[in-house]
Design a protein around this ligand. Sequence first.
Ligand code: 4AD
Ligand code: MG
Length: 514
Amino acid sequence: MAMQLKSGNTVFIRDLSLYIGKQVELQGWILNKRSGKGIIFIVLRDGSGYAQCVISEEILAADSYKEIDSLGLESSIYLKGKVIADERQIGGIEVQAEEVSIYHNTQDYPIAKKEHGVEFLMEHRHLWLRSKRQWAVMRIRNQIIYSIHHFFQDRGFVQMDSPIFTGNAVEGTSTLFETEFFDKRAYLSQSGQLYGEAMAMSLGLIYTFGPTFRAEKSKTRRHLSEFWMIEPEMAFYDNERNMDLIEDFIQYVIKDVLEKCKFELAELERDTTMLENAAKPFPRISYDRAVHYLKGREDVNGRNAIQLLQDDLKQAQKRIVEIEEDISTREASIKAGGMKKGVIAFNENKIKELKTELKELEELIRNIPQWIDSAQNFEYGSDFGGSDETVLTRLFDTPIMVYNWPKAIKAFYMKKAEDNPDLVKGVDVLAPEGYGEIVGGGERETDLKILIDAINHHQLPMSAFEWYLDLRRFGSVPHAGFGLGLERLVSWVCKIQHVRESIPFPRMMGTLFP
Ligand code: 4AD
Ligand code: MG
C-alpha cells in the first residue's frame, strides 16, 4: 500500500505543555525504544522536540502491539494519545498512547546507539543530522541566522545579494575556486565585500548573507571550502564605528541564543560562562600590543602568555597522573568482582570518559611546547597562526578585537593608518576557548591613487577592478564593514570540535558526498 498521510492535524512536540490532560496526535521518528512487561517506552522525535511516549499492551490489539514492539530505531509512526504531566520526563511530559500506526518499520538503522568514529558519521551525514546533538547545533545555527537578520533589519540595514560567479579575487588569488562562465574564466566568490561597497554607496547601510568559497588546501578544524558569510558594509563609518557595531552585533546575537536556545545548549552540555561574558566590552588591542602580549613581554589582566602556557602544561601533566590512577582503581575494582551490574556499567562509562579526557590532555601536552615556541619566536609583521590566536585569547575572558594590522599581510582594499604607512585599519575579532578569528573587516581605502598602487602591488588585473575604482571616482566617502563567518560563530557558540558539524552538509577538501 502506498504511504499515506495519517493526519494533517498533528501538534508539535515542542508545544505539548499546552495540551496537558488533552488528547493529541503526533507524528515522528523513534529515537529510542525499550520494552518492559506489557509496556513499550518510546522517545519520539518530530524535529521540534523529544517526547516520552508509553504504549501499553492493554490498549492495543495484540497484533498491533507486537508489530510496534518490532519497530527498530528511526521507524516512523503516527501516535494518538493523552498528554500527562510528569516532571521526570523530557519537557515534563509523557504521552500515553491510545492509537499507533506505522509509516515505516525500519530495521538496522546504520547509526545505532554504539559509538561511531567521525569518519563513519561524516559518510552518513544525511542520517547523522537526525541525532540529538546535530539537531541542537542546527537549531542554534537557525537562531543565530534569525538573530543576525533581526539585528541588521532593526537598524535599517538593507539585505542585498552579491553574485557567486565573479570575475576577480577579493581575498588573495591563492584561494580561488576557478570555474567556467560560458567562454570566460570565472571564480566562485570568496567574499561579497566589493559588491557590498557598491551597494552601500546606493543604500547607505547594507549587509549580504550568502555562501562564499575558499580553495585553501588546509585541513584544519576551522576551515571549510564553502561557508556562509554575513558582510555588512556601511557608508560614513570609520573603523572605530565599525568596531562599535561589531561588538553590539555579536553581543546581540549571543544574548538571543542564550535566551532562546537553553534546551539546545543544555543538550550540548555547553558551559555558557564564556558566552555570558561576551556581554562585557571586547578589549580593543592594536596588533603591535597583541604581539607584545603574545611574546610574554607584557602582562595583561595579571596574566602572562608564556607563563600561562607553562602552567597549563604542568596542570595537564598533573591531571594525567590523576586520571591514570583513577582508571586503574576502577578497573581493579571491576575485576575484583562482586559489583552490581549497574555499578559496573557506571564505572565502565566513567572509564570511557576518563580515557577521552586523557587523549585530549595528551594532545595538549604535545601541542603546548610548540605553542610556546611559536609565541616566543613570533615574527613581528606576520599573521597570527591558530595557536597564537588561542594563546592570545587565553589572556582574556571575552572575545577581543585586534586592529591596525601590518599592510603586508592584509588585503589590497584596506585603508592605510594615518600615523603609520605600514599599518592598515583592519580589525579581526578573536573568539575565546581556542576558536580564534570569527570576524575580519576594517575601513576601506578611499584614495583612488593609493588603491591603484595597491592593486598593482598585489599583481591583480586592473581591468577587473575598473568598476570598483569608480566607487572612488564618483562620490567617494569613508566607509567600513566586516565579514562574520557563520560556521565559525556556530562552532564557538556550540563549542564543537570541528567546524564541519556547524553546517548541514560541509564542503571541505576531501568531502563532496553526501
Ligand atoms: O577574514 P576574511 O577573509 O575577510 C573577508 O572576506 C572580508 N572581505 C570580509 C569583509 O570585510 N566584508 O573572512 C571573514 C570571515 C573570517 O573571519 C572567518 O570567520 C570566515 O570569514 N572564514 C572562514 N570560515 C570558514 N572556513 C573558511 N575557510 C573561512 N575563511 C574565512
Ligand atoms: Mg581574515
